[in-house]
Design a protein around this ligand. Structure first.
Ligand SMILES: *[C@@H]1O[C@H](CO)[C@@H](O)[C@H](O)[C@H]1NC(C)=O
Ligand SMILES: *[C@@H]1O[C@H](CO)[C@@H](O)[C@H](O)[C@H]1NC(C)=O
Ligand SMILES: *[C@@H]1O[C@H](CO)[C@@H](O)[C@H](O)[C@H]1NC(C)=O
Ligand SMILES: *[C@@H]1O[C@H](CO)[C@@H](O)[C@H](O)[C@H]1NC(C)=O
Ligand SMILES: *[C@@H]1O[C@H](CO)[C@@H](O)[C@H](O)[C@H]1NC(C)=O
Ligand SMILES: *[C@@H]1O[C@H](CO)[C@@H](O)[C@H](O)[C@H]1NC(C)=O
Ligand SMILES: *[C@@H]1O[C@H](CO)[C@@H](O)[C@H](O)[C@H]1NC(C)=O
Length: 395
């Protein structure tokens, strides 16, 4: 059998030349290009022009290039052969399945596209956000399994509550499917009613209507100029700085930031979410001599007095920095085996203190950080002394 056609096209051009050029209607399939529900039955007929001198009983059918067993045929008249398909499967492609009628030599006489699928289900999970109040983008998920197997259109509709007329979002040129951006005539301080309508030739379904005010769904660009630097020789700390998103500099709002960081070779991010509205923060309790990746994101809370929580921006590009090596490593006087060892009493004390500090001064309070720094410097000094004493003992 010929190869399966990838697309269901009008088949006139595929008709064998010469043999069947008597008339434009050498043969016809009825019904032409039907749209049917999955599981339904179809009786189609192939009628051949009597002038062709072809008897219906010599014809055969193919579906997507596969010959259909003749047990499903019925000769209705010398020029009319029918085919009955029971429990139709969904179309393999949204462009339809190829149902083709052939003469006994295999030449194509006529073709029809079968579109077999399901009506769309109610779209779900409609959510919207506004980037810097300059647009309103919504995304949703198709209902059910999302497979209708025939071409289905989604339209995002909206209107201003109270006095608006119904409009349709037009900008679907989005990287993600099932989303649309409204970019013109945006109204702040007026709630929108927004919903999605899915439709195909078997039916239509509308999502629930959501109501929102643009100022309640503002998100912004990730903070720019994120830099990560060492805090003197403090081996377990890094300082992170960033700038507020410039797109919102003329807005009245309270930025909220989050930082996350991870070890170079780990996928587990640690999140600091009590950074508040500062544009710098200290990470503490880090591993000495280790590369960290750091990202920051911004939530523009309370734009123009909105009381809703804003929407977090994307994370900034990761910025990397390493903590200084510990004194013991740097001194080079310990052998590598003992240098990585953290079993000494002192280490344990330090750990305990880190624990205490993190519990009581977690976050970016600069006051407690100062105390912490002082304590750390002190401890590092005594650590060094003790280490030297220990080494002295050893040698
Ligand atoms: C399809 O045909 C079968 C067998 O002839 C029948 O049992 C079934 O009810 C039909 N289905 C529909 C949807 O008509
Ligand atoms: C062929 O048979 C089908 C099914 O009975 C019928 O609907 C159609 O009108 C017939 N076509 C012709 C041209 O006789
Ligand atoms: C539906 O698919 C099954 C399995 O691929 C096949 O056996 C059956 O003949 C198909 N039914 C129709 C009506 O094409
Ligand atoms: C229906 O469409 C889905 C998604 O395109 C596909 O995965 C599935 O195989 C289709 N069903 C059939 C019977 O081809
Ligand atoms: C819709 O959102 C719910 C809850 O967040 C989630 O469980 C579900 O998988 C989502 N549905 C789709 C189709 O994405
Ligand atoms: C940061 O927040 C505090 C109170 O939470 C507020 O007093 C201060 O003005 C805010 N600073 C900025 C730059 O928004
Ligand atoms: C700590 O490490 C040293 C070697 O660096 C070892 O001799 C000692 O037994 C260790 N102590 C404990 C409690 O594991």
């Amino acid at each position: 059998m010929g190869r399966v056609l990838d697309l269901c096209l009008v088949l006139l051009s595929l008709r064998a030349p010469g043999v069947l050029s008597l008339s434009t209607h050498v043969a016809l399939i009825y019904p032409q290009d039907p749209v049917l529900r999955m599981g339904s039955n179809l009786t189609a007929s192939c009628w051949v022009h009597p002038d062709l001198g072809v008897h219906a009983s010599s014809l055969f059918w193919t579906l997507n290039g596969q010959q259909v067993p003749s047990s499903l045929y019925r000769v209705l008249s010398p020029s009319n052969l029918s085919l009955t398909l029971v429990g139709l499967n969904a179309s393999r492609q949204t462009s339809g399945d190829n149902l083709v009628c052939h003469n006994h030599k295999g030449h194509i006489l006529a073709g029809s596209c079968l579109y077999v699928g399901m009506p769309p289900e109610k779209p779900v999970n409609l959510t919207c956000w506004s980037r810097n109040t300059k647009d309103l983008t919504c995304s949703w998920a198709p209902g059910g399994k999302g497979e209708t197997n025939i071409s289905t259109q989604y339209k995002l509709k909206y209107k201003l509550r109270w006095y608006g007329t119904e409009k349709e979002c037009e900008d679907y040129r989005h990287a993600r499917p099932y989303s649309c951006s409204i970019t013109q005539d945006l109204h702040l301080f007026t709630p929108y009613e927004i919903w999605v309508v899915a439709s195909n030739q078997l039916g239509r379904a509308a999502s629930d209507v959501i109501i929102l005010d643009i100022l309640d769904v503002v998100t912004t660009d990730p903070p720019s100029g994120v830099s990560v630097s060492r805090v003197g020789q403090l081996e377990d700390q890094l300082s992170v700085r960033w700038e507020a998103p410039p797109a919102l500099k003329d807005f009245l709002f309270q930025a909220k930031y989050q930082i996350r960081y991870r070890l170079e070779d780990s996928q587990d991010w640690k999140v600091m979410d009590d950074v508040g509205n500062q544009t710098s923060c200290r990470l503490a309790g880090l591993r000495p001599g280790t590369v960290y990746f750091v990202q920051v994101r911004c939530n523009p809370v309370g734009i123009y007095g909105s009381r809703k929580a804003g929407i977090w921006s994307e994370w900034s590009h990761p910025t990397a920095a390493s903590t200084p090596h510990s004194e013991r490593l740097m001194s080079g006087s310990c052998d590598s085996k003992s240098s990585g060892d953290s079993n000494s009493t002192l280490r344990r004390e330090l750990k305990q203190f880190f624990g205490w500090v993190r519990k009581h001064a977690y976050g970016c309070s600069s006051m407690s950080m100062k105390l912490y720094d002082q304590w750390r410097v002190l401890m590092q000094k005594s650590h060094k002394t003790r280490n030297q004493v220990l080494q002295g003992d050893k040698s």
